[in-house]
Design a protein around this ligand. Sequence first.
Ligand code: ASP
Length: 353
Amino acid sequence: MLRFLLPLLATATLAFAQTSPSMQRPYGLVIHGGAGVIQRNQMSPELEKEYRAKLAEALHAGYAVLDRGGSALDAVIATVTVLEDSPLFNAGKGAVFTADGLCELDASIMRGDTLQAGAVAGLRHVKNPIKLVRDVMENSPHVMMIGEGAEEFARSRGHERVPNEYFHTGFRRKQLERAKEKESRANNGTASVPLDLTSPGVGGEDWFSREQKYGTVGCVALDRQGNLAAGTSTGGMTNKKFGRVGDVPVIGAGTYANNATCAVSSTGWGEFFIRSVVAHDISAQMEYRGMDVADSAASTLAKVAKLGGDGGVIVLDRHGRYAMDFNSEGMYRAAKISGRPEIVAIYGDEPRR
Ligand code: ASP
């Protein structure tokens, strides 16, 4: 009798596990479109609608990949590509201008199962840096490539390349003009770089045009196989000079993923995020101190704030628990985890998890 019952029981249990949402492994993704001074009274209803629609479009592009069993890595690339192609965000088309009036792009990606990573900095012609970083990771022995060398690698791998003008937008051009005017006022007409980047009102805020929302984009994803991945892409900061590179292509600062802990993508004032090694610090707090995603994100951001920096992070763990935390006024953000309600948010008083 038992001989017949046991297989039946096993089949029934398996069928239940496959159909019951509570028994299924969670999967999904969290995205950001940059943190900064984002306030209701500075945003027209039309523009707000555009931002929310584009965030939702990017979220759904990544979720569709995960839903049909695709990898976290593929979901990150699908999502970030939508955001890079949109002029609304500071990545790909719509990137901020350097002091020389060019767009220079940085990006990185990491997978949580193998801890492989790829990064690029100072790109001027690659249409989608998020696609190139995957190639750096998978088809080169390196982790990071910069400038002309990275462009050459992109050419050799057949990536779509565009004139720098493709990235330019009038909105970012105005931001550059305003930043230059402020810089010139702060430096009494000279265009030198202020040494003190931390004292409000002295030089840092002007040089970095801190009052502008930053607009970097990023994504952390968890697939049905339980693997995590993270990716981030940016034009950096308005009026950047001297080949300045921020945290985004620095693995452990702008991007980090480890199946044992979490996947992280950062946005904010890059110099502070590099010094605080933000993405890895969040992972390390989970690994060494047993903290959860929300507490480790808050604790690391508090360290950034103590140094004088601001910005935000998205963090996702293997159980689908996530945080979208920031110490700036707002952060473009969205999340969709299987079996849970979808969130698209912008302002400080909207949900963070
Ligand atoms: N973190 C980026 C950078 O410093 C800027 C941003 O997040 O928007 O380059």
